[in-house]
Structures are given as structure tokens and as C-alpha cells.
Design a protein around this ligand. Structure first.
Ligand SMILES: Nc1ncnc2c1ncn2[C@@H]1O[C@H](COP(=O)(O)OP(=O)(O)O)[C@@H](O)[C@H]1O
Ligand SMILES: [Mg+2]
Length: 200
């Protein structure tokens, strides 16, 4: 039986990494073989993207949009599809909706960004962990900020995610409260999918 692809999405500081890793542990405890992965990847294209995010090398936003999309196709071909075929459920810490939300906000060319990402396999479920941008930035604390971690920009990204929720492409989960409360809300939206696919 094939695994399912679960994307954990949201703005910087929303708790994606915390929740994606927790979800993998929960799935494994439930007897569902699951693995964590993240984007941008650690591969050669992902490294270029990470360099841009850290401000060490600045490409135009249009170039970065293409790099994000290329990193994802490589991730899908090299890792995600083979794992799913082997029956492993994949929890992706950012996936295609990050590209759409961030790059639409950064370039102002939503339709172009969507078309550039059209070859990427859609996730079986994409969860928008919604935290207000002020709270999310406060969670990140005083660590060095990446290029997209500014309040006004994250407000725009949040609006793009909300559009995707309204169009039915993503499920929204309230990301406020404790890590345990958020994890509980996420498991509530994931469980029906696992039952539907016969994984639990
Ligand atoms: N529910 C929560 N309440 C308070 N702090 C949280 C919560 N979830 C995560 N954090 C903390 O907030 C910071 C950002 O979380 P992280 O999971 O790295 O977010 P993201 O991957 O979305 O940027 C981390 O220091 C993490 O420990
Ligand atoms: Mg993270």
C-alpha cells in the first residue's frame, strides 16, 4: 500500500518543524511507517535556495521561484515518489504551497508561480498551521532573520495561504496555544485521510 504525502505549511515561526517532526513520531507510534523531509532540500539546488534565504547570495525573486520549483521536482523524483511507492508516508516541512504563497507574495505574479509549479505532485493533504505573524516572529526570538522574515511580508504570505485555504487546496489548523494543542488539532485533520487510505 502506498504512503501518503502530508505537507505542513505556514509562515516562518509558525511551528512547522516542531509539528512535522511530532507528527512523524505519532504516525510511527500508530503503526504507520513515516518519514520527515523538508524543503528547501539539502541537495545541490536546495543549497542555492538556502544561500539566497540567508542573504549570502541574492538572486532575483523570479530566479528563486524557478530554483524552488526545480529543487522540489528533484526532491519528488529522488526521494518522495520512491518512498511513497515503498509504502512510507512522507511528512514534508514545507512543500508546493510554500512556493505559491511566498513566491506569489514576492513576485506579484501568482498565476506564473502556479504554472511554474504545475508539475509538482500535489500533496494528499496540505495543512496550513496558522499563527499571526507578530506571534510567529516573536517565537523566532532574536536569532538572525532570513530574508522573508519581516512582518509586512509575512502578512502578505499569510493572505496567500488563506486564499489557498478558501480555494479548497489546504486545510487550516489554528497554530496558537501549546505545542500539544496544535499537535492534537493536526492529528484530527490527518486521521480521516489515513483511515480513507486504509493505513490505520
Ligand atoms: N505552540 C508553540 N508555542 C510556543 N512556541 C512554539 C510552539 N511551537 C513551536 N514553538 C517554538 O517556536 C519556534 C519556531 O518553531 P518552528 O517549529 O521552528 O517553526 P517553523 O518551522 O514554522 O519556522 C521554535 O523555537 C519552537 O520551539
Ligand atoms: Mg522550520
Amino acid at each position: 500500500m502506498a504512503g501518503v504525502l502530508i505537507a505542513v505549511e505556514g509562515i516562518d515561526g509558525a511551528g512547522k518543524t516542531t509539528q512535522a517532526k511530532r507528527l512523524v513520531r505519532l504516525l510511527n507510534r500508530m503503526g504507520v511507517k513515516a518519514a520527515y523531509t523538508r524543503e528547501p532540500t539539502g541537495g545541490s539546488i536546495g543549497k542555492l535556495v538556502r544561500r539566497h534565504l540567508s542573504g549570502r547570495r541574492t538572486y532575483s525573486e523570479e530566479t528563486v521561484t524557478l530554483l524552488f520549483a526545480a529543487d522540489r521536482l528533484d526532491h519528488i523524483q529522488r526521494f518522495i515518489e520512491p518512498q511513497l511507492k515503498r509504502g512510507i508516508t512522507i511528512v514534508a516541512d514545507r512543500y508546493v504551497h510554500s512556493s505559491i504563497a511566498y513566491q506569489a507574495a514576492a513576485t506579484g505574479m501568482r498565476e506564473w508561480v502556479i504554472s511554474v509549479n504545475s508539475l509538482a505532485r500535489r500533496p494528499d493533504i496540505s495543512i496550513f498551521v496558522d499563527v499571526n505573524p507578530k506571534e510567529a516572529l516573536a517565537r523566532l526570538g532574536h536569532r538572525r532573520k532570513y530574508v522573508y522574515e519581516r512582518l509586512e511580508f509575512l502578512e502578505k504570505v499569510r493572505s496567500e495561504y488563506i486564499r489557498l485555504v478558501e480555494s479548497g487546496e489546504m486545510m487550516i489548523v489554528d497554530g496558537s496555544g501549546t505545542r500539544e494543542e496544535v499537535a492534537q488539532r493536526i492529528s484530527t485533520v490527518v486521521e480521516p485521510l489515513l483511515r480513507e487510505r486504509g493505513l490505520v
